[in-house]
Structures are given as structure tokens and as C-alpha cells.
Design a protein around this ligand. Structure first.
Ligand code: G3P
Ligand code: MG
Length: 232
């Protein structure tokens, strides 16, 4: 792996520098040189996809309550930090405008994959290269449903530990990557993924020596709150 092919994902935009999952966060990630931006997406009951990590707005905004219980206008009036609003996925894509690759982490399940497939297809129809998208989720059945609906869009299987059958879940899903908790970036897991043509990205890595350790293990990139940091 060359230094330049090691992929840096700005985590939730550039979480250490700007409010997470906001347009300001995405702009900051791009300014700091992120090759790719990762952000989290939930589906509002009205159907819209919005950038939000938690199922409630309490931690990241001046509002309270679960997303599912907030009206659309109420949600959009919230301050997500520094006067930023909770953006829609469409607004995020418009803001990024192909200046970085986009990893949408789907947090909702139970049908949200269909709305996501439709939104990304709209972007592809207006010129986004399909390989500049990566859709990931911890909810692997939802990810499989997304892949069924949008087979050409690359997906990444998120795992919080080392699966019993190593990289098999990613292979079975036809995933381009296995996105693992850095703590569990085991050499055998990396080797198994690579043997099947699956890349391995590790989250969330804010420390340069840790980036170097993971790169030496063969990991292909990291999610970081500090997208200006590099292993070398
Ligand atoms: O997608 C990588 C990472 O963002 C997964 O964990 O909780 O930060 O969304 P979380
Ligand atoms: Mg995430």
C-alpha cells in the first residue's frame, strides 16, 4: 500500500473541528484534505433522509426527543452547532459537489435503503461517478436490501468486532469493503478480506501512530475526526 492510496475518511465531516454531520463539517473536511467524507443518515418519518448520528436530537442539537417524534419544520429549525441546521442528504451531496468521495452510513432500517438508493441514483444521473459512493451500515440485512435495489453502488459492511467467519459477511454481500472497529483490525481478518478482493477501513482513528500501526497491518484507510492527519 502506498501512502497516497491509504484512504482518509473525514468522520462525520471533520468532527474534531466542526459540528458533526453538518454542511460546515463537510466543508471543513474538504478544506482539510479528506479524500472521502463519512456521515450518518437517518430517515425522518416524512421520508426525507437527514444527516444525524443518534436516533434522537438531544446530543447534537439544541432540541430534544427522538427524530421519529419531531415534525419536519421543528427538526429543520434546530441548531446543530454554530447555527448549522440538520441537512438533508440532497443538500449534503449538493454541498460536496463531487469534491470528495461520499460514505453514507445508513443508521435507519426497515425500508430506508429504498429512499437512499433513489437519492443516490438521482446524483449519479446528474454526473456523480458511482465509485465515489460507498454505502455502509451495521444493519447488514438493510445493506443487502440496498444492494438489491442499487447493485452498481459500492457498499461497505460495518462490523463492531471480528465476525466468526472472518470477512465472509462482506463477501456474501458483494461488499467492496469491510469497515471495522480499529480495535478489532486483526491481521487475519485483513488477510481474509484482501484474499477476496475486499478492502478494510478502520474507525475511528485519531492518533497518527495508530494510523501507522493499522497501515502496517494492511488496513486500506481510516475514519478520523482529524482529516488533516496522515500516517506518513
Ligand atoms: O462508519 C464508521 C463509523 O462512523 C461507525 O461508527 O458510531 O461513528 O457511526 P459511528
Ligand atoms: Mg458513522
Amino acid at each position: 500500500m502506498t501512502a497516497s492510496s491509504f484512504r482518509i475518511f473525514g468522520h462525520r465531516g471533520a468532527r474534531a473541528h466542526a459540528p458533526e454531520n453538518t454542511l460546515l463539517g463537510l466543508e471543513t473536511g474538504i478544506r482539510l484534505g479528506a479524500d472521502w467524507l463519512e456521515f450518518d443518515v437517518h430517515q425522518h418519518p416524512d421520508g426525507e433522509l437527514v444527516l444525524l448520528h443518534d436516533a434522537s436530537v438531544d446530543r447534537t442539537t439544541n432540541g430534544h426527543g427522538p427524530l421519529d417524534e419531531l415534525g419536519w419544520a421543528e427538526l429543520r429549525a434546530l441548531d446543530a452547532g454554530h447555527g448549522e441546521r440538520i441537512p438533508t442528504l440532497a443538500e449534503a451531496l449538493q454541498c460536496i459537489d463531487q469534491r470528495a468521495g461520499v460514505n453514507v452510513e445508513l443508521k435507519s432500517f426497515g425500508g430506508a435503503g429504498a429512499a437512499l438508493a433513489a437519492e443516490l441514483q438521482r446524483a449519479i444521473d446528474t454526473g456523480w461517478p458511482v465509485e465515489r459512493f460507498l454505502v455502509s451500515s451495521f444493519h447488514l440485512p438493510e445493506l443487502r436490501e440496498f444492494k438489491r435495489l442499487a447493485p452498481s453502488i459500492p457498499i461497505g459492511a460495518l462490523v463492531g468486532g471480528v465476525p466468526l467467519d472472518w470477512a465472509a459477511c462482506a463477501v456474501q454481500l458483494g461488499a467492496a469493503s469491510l469497515n471495522v472497529d480499529a480495535e478489532f483490525a486483526d491481521a487475519r481478518l485483513v488477510a481474509d478480506a484482501h484474499a477476496h478482493g475486499v478492502r478494510v477501513y478502520a474507525y475511528t482513528v485519531n492518533d497518527v501512530p495508530e494510523m501507522r500501526r493499522l497501515q502496517a497491518l494492511g488496513v486500506d484507510g481510516v475514519f478520523t475526526d482529524y482529516p488533516e492527519r496522515r500516517p506518513n
